[in-house]
Design a protein around this ligand. Structure first.
Ligand SMILES: C[S@@+](CC[C@H](N)C(=O)[O-])C[C@H]1O[C@@H](n2cnc3c(N)ncnc32)[C@H](O)[C@@H]1O
Length: 296
C-alpha cells in the first residue's frame, strides 16, 4: 500500500500527503480552514435547523468535511442521514489517533467517527451515518436507491491526479442522487467538471474566494438543479460565473474526462482526454490564461 505522509497545515490542523497521488489531502493554508470555507459555509446549514437532511460525503479521507458538518448540526437540532464513500481506511485511522484532530470537535463528533471506523455506521435519535469502503465508482450503487441528497460533498484529489472521481459517467451517477434543491459542492473549479455538470442541466456557481487575485479567483463550484433566485441573492458565499470563467468552459480545458464503463485507471482516462483535446479546434487553456492576464 502506498505511503501517506503526515502534515501540519498553517492553521494548526493536521492533514496527509499521498505519495501515490503525489498530492496533499488539503491546502497547506489549513485543512480545517479549507473545510469551512469550501464546504461548510456554502452549505448554508442554518436552513436545516430543526429539520432533516441527507448528505453524501464522497472521498471522506480524514473526515474533516463530515466532522465539521456534525459539529455544526449538533447545536441546531437537525436530523442527519449521512453516507460517506472512501477507498482507504488509513486516513480515518490517522485522524482518530491524532490529538490535534480530536481537540477540534465536540466529544460526540469523535464518537461518531470512531463508530464509523469500527462498525461502518453510527446511529442515535439525531444522526444516522454510514461509511461504504471501496471504490466510489462502485460503492455509490450500494446507497439505497430512494435516497436523494440535500448536500453532496465531492472532495477527491484533483482531476489531473485522480480523474476517476471526475468523469462524465461518475458525475452522472452523483448528479442523479442530488435533490432538486440540493447543492453539489466541490473545491474544484476545473472547466471540465463545471461543463460536465452544466450539461447535466445543473446551474453552476462559483464559490467566492477568501482573497481575490488573478490566480486565485475561485474556492470551488456549486451545482444546483433548481434555483430559487431569492435564496441565491441571500447566499453570500457563491456567485454566478464571470465572463472569464464562462470562457474557460469554452476552451480545451472544458473537454470532459470519460470512463465509459467506470473501470479505467487514471492514466487511461487522462490519455483519452488528451486525444480528444488534440483533435479539438477550441482555444487552448494557455490562450485563455494569457487573455485574462494569469501568470500560471
Ligand atoms: C483530497 S482527499 C479527501 C480529503 C477529505 N475530504 C478529508 O476531509 O480529509 C481524497 C480522498 O479520496 C480517496 N479516494 C481516491 N480514490 C478514490 C476512489 N476511487 N474511491 C473512493 N475514494 C477515493 C483517497 O483515499 C483520499 O482519502
Amino acid at each position: 500500500m502506498s505511503k501517506l505522509k503526515k502534515i501540519l497545515t498553517k492553521d494548526g490542523s493536521v492533514s496527509l500527503r499521498s505519495l501515490f497521488f503525489q498530492e496533499n489531502f488539503h491546502s497547506l493554508e489549513g485543512a480545517l480552514k479549507e473545510t469551512e470555507s469550501k464546504f461548510i459555509n456554502p452549505s448554508n446549514l442554518k436552513r436545516f435547523k430543526d429539520k432533516s437532511l441527507n448528505v453524501l460525503d464522497i472521498c471522506f479521507g480524514l473526515g474533516y468535511n463530515s466532522a465539521s458538518l456534525f459539529s455544526n448540526l449538533i447545536g441546531q437540532n437537525s436530523f442527519l442521514n449521512l453516507y460517506a464513500l472512501e477507498i482507504d481506511k488509513r486516513p480515518l485511522e490517522y485522524s482518530l489517533e491524532s490529538e490535534l484532530f480530536q481537540n477540534l470537535w465536540d466529544p460526540k463528533v469523535s464518537k461518531i467517527l470512531k463508530s464509523l471506523s469500527q462498525d461502518c455506521k453510527y446511529k442515535d435519535p439525531f444522526f444516522d451515518c454510514h461509511i461504504l469502503w471501496g471504490d466510489a465508482r462502485e460503492r455509490i450503487n450500494n446507497i439505497p436507491a430512494d435516497i436523494k441528497f440535500d448536500l453532496i460533498y465531492l472532495d477527491g484529489f484533483s482531476p489531473q491526479k485522480c480523474p476517476q472521481i471526475w468523469t462524465v459517467e461518475f458525475l452522472a451517477k452523483v448528479t442523479q442522487r442530488l435533490n432538486n434543491d440540493g447543492y453539489l459542492i466541490t473545491y474544484s473549479s476545473s472547466a471540465a467538471i463545471r461543463k460536465t455538470l452544466r450539461e447535466f442541466g445543473l446551474y453552476i456557481f462559483n464559490i467566492k474566494p477568501t482573497k481575490i487575485s488573478k490566480n486565485s479567483w475561485s474556492n470551488g463550484t456549486i451545482g444546483i438543479k433548481k434555483i430559487d433566485e431569492g435564496s441565491l441573492k441571500r447566499n453570500i458565499f457563491f456567485e454566478k460565473l464571470s465572463l472569464m470563467e464562462e470562457e474557460h468552459l469554452l476552451s480545451k480545458a472544458g473537454i470532459p474526462y470519460r470512463d465509459p464503463n467506470l473501470n479505467l485507471n487514471a492514466n487511461e482516462i487522462i490519455q483519452k482526454r488528451v486525444q480528444e483535446q488534440l483533435l479539438s479546434n477550441l482555444k487552448t487553456s494557455k490562450e485563455w490564461r494569457e487573455k485574462w492576464g494569469m501568470t500560471k
